[in-house]
Ligand binder design. Sequence first.
Ligand SMILES: C[S@@+](CC[C@H](N)C(=O)[O-])C[C@H]1O[C@@H](n2cnc3c(N)ncnc32)[C@H](O)[C@@H]1O
Length: 222
Amino acid sequence: MGKNDRDWIPDATDLDFIESLARPLPPALAAIEAAARMPRVPIVDRDTGRVLAVLAGGRRRIVEVGTAYGYSTLWMAYGQGPDGRIVTIDPDQSRTDLARSWWRQGGIADEQITVVNAPALDAFAAADPALAGPFDLAFIDALKPEYERYFDALRGRLAPGALVIADNVLWSGRVSGARPVDPSDANTNALRAFDRAILADMGFLGTILPLGDGLLIATVRA
Ligand SMILES: C[S@@+](CC[C@H](N)C(=O)[O-])C[C@H]1O[C@@H](n2cnc3c(N)ncnc32)[C@H](O)[C@@H]1O
């Protein structure tokens, strides 16, 4: 018997109940969801977006690695409110230009979100003042084999009590072995190493929420 054996797990009725209590989805977020379906652009799922908004509340300075169409960015911007500031990194300007149009549609002032169009590791190494920090929240959602190096680059830029969040850390069951995977799969191996390293890091207190594709959250220990 595992530690998490229990006689109840949420089913569709529970999920429908949760959905029925949610506030209406802002049209800009709905527009991004629709655009990301075809051609498919990977974005966090809506439940993860809602959690990001909650976690962004009260965190004024956010850095994000991996913008795409700005869906997770917009959830966090809504959670922060107009005084918040987000710096988001993605080398694909064709995506981030579209993201900006949806952020504007969603009522977010341009100065709330700064885009850095470069590979994240280059941007961190380039001493761009926009990335100097300190940040109150860092959200990682770009190249899986680089997650540990993003974390290494970020750790010196985090404020006391800051939160680090990373998406896809269960990688659809491949990381735990629930789903068969080629042992040489680079994404799976990198995510496994990342999960182990962060949860064992004495400078952080972290866990993994079995939400979406797996959401790691870790806070800087005081
Ligand atoms: C999973 S998507 C991000 C989704 C977004 N966080 C969301 O949920 O709305 C990953 C993004 O990482 C970007 N990317 C690829 N290489 C990168 C790099 N070296 N540094 C930063 N971002 C990168 C891709 O262009 C892609 O848009």
